[in-house]
Design a protein around this ligand. Structure first.
Ligand code: FEO
Length: 392
């Protein structure tokens, strides 16, 4: 593929990974992804903004071949999907200098074994003046690691944001043309990568407010020709109050927990509470993560197996807690055969959610009328909590 022109003298030189289906050996990528890198021809000097995943180094090198030599390699973020090709680029352009944040320097040395003498730390707010363009480096920690920074180019009002505002989607489109289509991949990306840092994202959004931004070029997914679409979405996802929604990830072995989930779901719907139900055994984890962005309440449904929650329920609860969604309430429902410590084990995990635990409904065997009544009461409690907090 040849470099595509993003703006005058600015080219997209990254790689589209159409086939990748798993990221971090954990995150499903139903739509593939891309590792965007940008080449800024500043006239007197050039800058390569981020590189690509090491598996795609050849794609980057091929695109750089017809462009002037690289003088600066801007390393926004040391995770290898963006930094992994730096050693190869340095071996082709040995005079190039890697520019990065203070925190990134040590990480680059540790993760990529780049020689310290090839790295120069730039300060937060430092400007690198090229003939045609100015590159302003803005520290933006925790989007997605502590060392992350972004680069703003005032001459073309473009923000190169790396993971921030990214989306896991493989597309031949340089710019978002169909926001409806790109919304879910962007929200999925936020949910899986950014949600644990929602509060800090608020700080970073605020930090960007003084900048006049016409275009956002992230390092995953297409660029945004109207930054408002993604910035407003981030404000909603990260900063708004939870919505009147209950997320129920569940698994059932012999149908009892399934019957309980179905009853609770109907009871909530009848009360005007939104519900998103996911059978963990077949659900793409990303779908649960997306639902968790807005949910006010999480209810885990699990049978008891080997004396505790089903391992897949443990997995879902662990992921939900690690993603730190803004859910304010949580509960547990399920059926056991003879006993066990399902509630103790699960509440220990979801305790990290910092959500209030509403009394769980754990029953022995197949649900009876009194068990359904207990689920109705759980639905009543959830409704009341949502109402009292203004989610309904
Ligand atoms: Fe796309 Fe945090 O790397």
């Amino acid at each position: 593929m040849k470099p595509l022109t993003v703006k005058d003298n600015v080219y997209s030189v990254g790689a589209i990974d159409w086939d990748r289906r798993l990221f971090d050996a954990l995150i499903p990528l139903p739509d593939g992804t891309s590792y965007n890198a940008y080449f800024v021809d500043g006239g007197d000097k050039t800058a390569l903004i981020d590189t690509v995943d090491p598996t795609m180094t050849g794609v980057l090198i091929k695109q750089l071949k017809d462009l002037p030599p690289v003088d600066y390699i801007i390393c926004h973020h040391v995770e290898q999907d963006h930094s992994g090709a730096i050693p190869d680029i340095l071996s082709i352009y040995p005079k190039a200098e890697v520019l990065c944040s203070k925190t990134a320097k040590g990480l680059i040395i540790e993760h990529l074994h780049v020689d310290e003498s090839d790295i120069r730390v730039v300060e937060d707010g430092e400007k690198l003046k090229l003939d045609r363009y100015t590159l302003e480096f803005i520290y933006a920690p925790w989007v997605h690691w502590p060392e992350t920074m972004v680069t703003y180019v005032p001459e073309n009002k473009t923000l190169f944001s790396c993971d921030f505002f990214g989306s896991h989607i493989a597309t031949g489109e340089l710019y978002v043309t169909d926001w409806e289509r790109c919304y879910e991949p962007a929200k999925r990306y936020y949910a899986e990568i950014m949600m644990p840092f929602a509060k800090i994202i608020g700080n970073n959004l605020e930090k960007l407010e003084p900048y006049e931004i016409d275009t956002i070029c992230p390092s995953h997914g297409p660029a945004y020709p109207e930054p408002g679409m993604i910035m407003d979405a981030y404000r909603d996802w990260a900063l708004s109050e939870p919505k009147n929604v209950v997320v129920i990830p569940y698994i059932s072995m012999h149908g009892s927990t399934d019957a309980m989930v179905k009853h609770l779901t109907s009871a909530l719907v009848e009360r005007g509470v939104g519900v998103e139900v996911f059978d963990i055994s077949v659900t793409d984890l990303g779908k649960i993560a997306i639902a968790l962005v807005d949910a006010a309440t999480v209810v885990i449904g699990t049978p008891t197996v080997l004396g505790g929650p089903h391992p897949l329920a443990v997995y879902a609860a662990f992921i939900a807690a690690a993603l730190r969604p803004k859910a304010r309430f949580a509960s547990i429902i399920g059926s056991y055969g003879w006993g066990g410590k399902t509630v103790e084990v699960l509440s220990g995990i979801i305790g990290k959610l910092k959500a209030e635990l509403i009394t769980p409904v754990l029953i022995k065997g197949k649900p009876r009328p009194e068990d359904f009544k207990a689920l109705d009461e759980l639905a009543d409690s959830i409704l009341k909590k949502h109402k009292d907090n203004g989610y309904l």
